[in-house]
Design a protein around this ligand. Structure first.
Ligand SMILES: [Zn+2]
Length: 380
């Protein structure tokens, strides 16, 4: 391991458990023992190590609005560690760095389309090394480089497998390439899994334990969090709602299945033979009185999507669904229709108050990239 200090600090599950609680709110040692079921002695030992490593700090507060006795709480140090984030997309990628609270300290956008993958990887590495120098970041304070990319990916080996419309990058060991060029450790995650983690840590799902994030743009992807943890399934692929069928004898999809949601719902399919060039065009047209055609497309999108989402809710017993991607630029008529339909069609109507479908409010592409590494600091 290149960074023994970081690795040893994150060594055990108990440390991660405690760090994850401290990350969410300043908390006392007694509360940590209660919430983790660890002994006071174990908590004290772990806290002492975290204080020594400079990861947490003790802060004093007064109870009862300043009238009570003094309490010592533990909080995460903002600038204790940093994580580089690389968010690879088909047309461009973002490269930058965040702190432990997810604040973006730096972000640069690089062109991807029309260039070789090797060329882009080299530029990403150069950008990381330049940023590191500009911000005076020591290796000891850098946890690594988190990478998010279109799936499918082999997250264990750091390899992009065969994402559609991205042939130049197929079977590319992006993790080891970037590691060799920068000397930093890397961790790769499918983009929609990283987005789901970002919502869980910093976004609309901080207090939600079971949800699905659905990303709709040129494709349709998903990431699922179950009981506060990323759901990866047996082979690490996680969920692919875009390739669940909403019509058993529908058109053949490139994946080999018939009637996949993605073949109907990807934005280019929704806008085919219409006057709209992008979802943004449609979103603005919808504000005009005559935009009946825009309304009809939104209705169609809601029908396709609700067919899949009702199944997802029935399968996973979800609390919330978060929409992201280009389609989130026109969320409200779509989410209203989805909420109506889901409420009418899910099986478990009696105990469910609501399964709100909401639009994402927390996209920061560099942070999305960094989640693959940041997540490892707080969870096994
Ligand atoms: Zn498919």
């Amino acid at each position: 391991m290149k960074h023994a200090t970081n690795a040893s600090v994150m060594r055990t599950s108990n440390r991660k458990l405690i760090l994850n609680l401290i990350r969410q709110n300043p908390v006392s040692r007694v509360e940590l023992a209660e919430q983790t079921n660890l002994t006071r002695a174990s908590v004290t030992q772990i806290i002492d190590e975290l204080l020594d490593a400079g990861l947490v700090e003790a802060i004093s507060t007064l109870e009862h609005g300043g009238l009570g006795r003094k309490r010592t709480l533990l909080a995460l140090c903002h600038n204790a560690r940093y994580v580089f984030g690389v968010n690879i997309r088909r047309r461009h990628c973002e490269v930058g760095v965040i702190d432990l609270y997810g604040e973006v300290l730096s972000q640069r956008i690089l062109d991807v389309s029309g260039r070789t993958a090797d060329d882009v990887i080299r530029q990403i590495a150069d950008t990381i090394l330049i940023t590191k120098k500009e911000l005076h970041l020591d290796d000891e304070r850098i946890l690594g480089i988190g990478i998010s990319a279109p799936g499918p990916v082999d997250y264990k080996k750091g390899i992009l497998l065969n994402p559609p419309n991205f042939a130049e990058w197929h079977n590319l060991p992006v993790g080891s390439l970037l590691s060799d060029l920068t000397g930093l450790e890397t961790s790769l995650e499918k983009d929609t899994n990283s987005r789901a983690l970002e919502e869980k840590y910093f976004g609309a799902a901080r207090t939600i334990s079971n949800f699905m994030l659905v990303q709709i743009d040129d494709g349709v992807g998903s990431g699922v969090i179950i009981r506060d943890r990323l759901y990866r399934g047996a082979h690490g692929m996680g969920t692919e709602i875009g390739h669940t069928s909403i019509c058993y004898d529908g058109p053949m999809c490139s994946c080999g299945n018939r009637g996949c949601l993605e073949t109907y719902l990807r934005i280019p399919a929704l806008l085919k033979n219409t006057r709209f060039h992008s979802w943004n065009d449609l979103a603005h047209a919808d504000l005009e009185m005559q935009a009946k055609d825009a309304g009809a497309i939104i209705d169609r999108a809601a029908e396709y999507l609700s067919a899949a989402l009702v199944s997802a809710v029935n399968l996973y017993d979800l609390e919330k669904i978060i929409l992201t991607g280009d389609i989130a630029s026109c969320p409200s008529p779509l989410t209203e229709r989805l909420n109506e339909t889901i409420r009418q069609r899910v099986l478990n109507r009696s105990s469910l108050q609501d399964i709100p479908v909401i639009d994402s409010c927390s996209i920061a592409p560099v942070r999305t990239g960094a989640m693959a590494v940041l997540h490892e600091m707080f969870q096994d």
